[in-house]
Design a protein around this ligand. Sequence first.
Ligand code: SF4
Ligand code: SF4
Length: 102
Amino acid sequence: MSIRINSSKCIGCGKCSNICPGNLICMKGKKASIEFPKECWGCTACMKECKFEAIELTLGADVGGNEASMTVRINSGRVEWKIAKGAERVNIEVDPMDSNKY
Ligand code: SF4
Ligand code: SF4
């Protein structure tokens, strides 16, 4: 499980780099880059910080299949997870106030 950064969407704000607890993301020029993707443990902090949906998480076979990926958008305080696998699309909307109930 690791993130991928879509450089065409990245505007170089640096927020993902600042929040990663493992210091795995660095800025190269005006684009974010993950140096050691295998070290990423998929906490999704960088994804939630990025306002441009420039970071996606590739999902392991145990949670979605090897070809599935996930992006996230914060919309009016709600968290919208978008999962894509081939042509399949699933959207999951979560109220952060409820997220610790499960
Ligand atoms: S938070 Fe998003 S837009 Fe900002 S540097 Fe990171 S990937 Fe780029
Ligand atoms: S998912 Fe977590 S560990 Fe992986 S790069 Fe983003 S903030 Fe760092």
